[in-house]
Design a protein around this ligand. Structure first.
Ligand code: M6R
Length: 359
């Protein structure tokens, strides 16, 4: 039940820190080491390339997973939209392993890919919130998201759970391969930082509500910008806003603005800039300044070590690979309050179903 919450979406946003802690318990032993099922670990070690196949929000979580698998486990990773992959299969490596990321485990676009790659004899892993689902049953291996039922059509806690599970698998695989980056990384500590940082953001709901009103109450369009994982977050934050508040929103790679998109900026165009990666923070900041100078209303969200006085929201520090676990929280809340203030049915946006069972 949603208890005292007006909508499931807000309850599900609030549950994210608990889900982070639960995943650490599920995937690690009491020495804090990641434990993956032995046959799955062997299949992952044997793969020369991972292919993540997903749709919507799960696809956005896959984009973050690419960085984790490549860096922590040293395995090249591609991310594909299920609806595109099935009918235009790219050239595959010699030993691919397929990862289907799906909250519901029932998405038809993903199932058609699973059927096709199984027929070609490739190993398959489904990561899902519903372990009794079709995609979990039909794959060779399955791992849970343990986020608890997600009722709101807009996916929130499943996204952060997917990113966390990808980090846990990447760390487990990287350690099994004695990959240096994995040995230097402490996924348990990082997910602890994520849980605490998420709570700190959730506690600033009222301020985020005010920004939602200020930025989006009068606008029909909006932009989200960032680089690296902040770009991945931009895509997801834009999808959230489109899906439940019907504002035309786009996520852009901040460095691409000058290659065309900046032409869209007008007086009072709302723009949210995510700034978490030390490698690119200064560049994204100057992109944000450029659009502010052209009249855009810019909300800057930065991690503590990258923050400056002009930032409206400061987020706890975390490894940039996992910054989406924090950065997406204001993205989710901005979308929630915009939809709520417009009087929409936040949990059941028009034209959408929770699981999309047709191609
Ligand atoms: O159940 P799945 O993760 O396979 O669903 C994929 C998409 O349909 C889903 O993420 C959709 O984009 C959400 N409504 C986004 O909030």
């Amino acid at each position: 039940s949603k208890g005292t919450y007006p909508f499931y979406m807000l309850k599900e946003i609030d549950e994210q820190p608990i889900v982070m802690r639960r995943l650490v318990k599920k995937y690690t032993n009491d020495r804090g080491e990641v434990e993956l099922p032995k046959p799955l670990l062997a299949a992952l070690k044997a793969a020369d390339r991972l292919y993540i196949v997903a749709a919507g929000t799960s696809y956005h979580a896959g984009l973050v997973g690419k960085g984790l698998f490549e860096k922590l486990a040293g395995v090249p990773t591609e991310v594909h939209l299920a609806s595109e992959f099935g009918y235009n299969q790219p050239l595959l490596s010699e030993k691919p392993l397929f990862i289907f990321l799906t909250q519901s485990g029932e998405t038809a676009d993903i199932r058609q890919v699973l059927v096709k790659v199984k027929a070609q004899g490739y190993p398959t892993l489904t990561i899902t919130n519903v372990l009794s689902s079709t995609l979990a049953r039909e794959a060779d291996y399955q791992l849970g998201l343990y986020a608890g039922p997600e009722i709101a059509v807009a996916s929130t806690k499943a996204y952060t759970a997917q990113v966390a599970v990808e980090a846990l698998i990447a760390q487990g695989l990287g350690e099994a391969k004695n990959h240096r980056e994995a040995e230097a990384f402490d996924v348990v500590h990082q997910l602890g930082l994520a849980a605490a940082g998420q709570q700190a953001l959730i506690d600033q709901k009222d301020a985020i509500h005010d920004w939602a009103t200020d930025l989006f109450s009068q606008s029909r369009n909006a932009f989200f910008i960032g680089r690296g994982t902040d770009y991945d977050v931009s895509l997801e934050a834009a999808l959230k806003l489109k899906e439940i508040s019907y504002v035309q929103a786009e996520g852009f790679a901040a460095g691409e603005l000058k290659h065309g998109t900046i032409a869209l900026i007008e007086q009072d165009t709302p723009v949210v800039a995510f700034i978490s990666d030390p490698k690119t923070a200064a560049h994204t900041r100057s992109n944000a300044d450029e659009i502010a100078a052209r009249g855009a209303k810019v909300l800057r969200i930065a991690t503590e070590s990258q923050s400056s006085e002009e930032d409206q929201l400061v987020v706890d520090d975390i490894d940039p690979m996992l910054a989406p676990l924090l950065m997406i929280i204001p993205g989710q809340l901005l979308a929630y309050f915009t939809s709520f203030d417009r009087g929409y049915d936040v949990d059941r946006p028009r034209n959408l179903a929770k699981s999309v069972t047709v191609e």
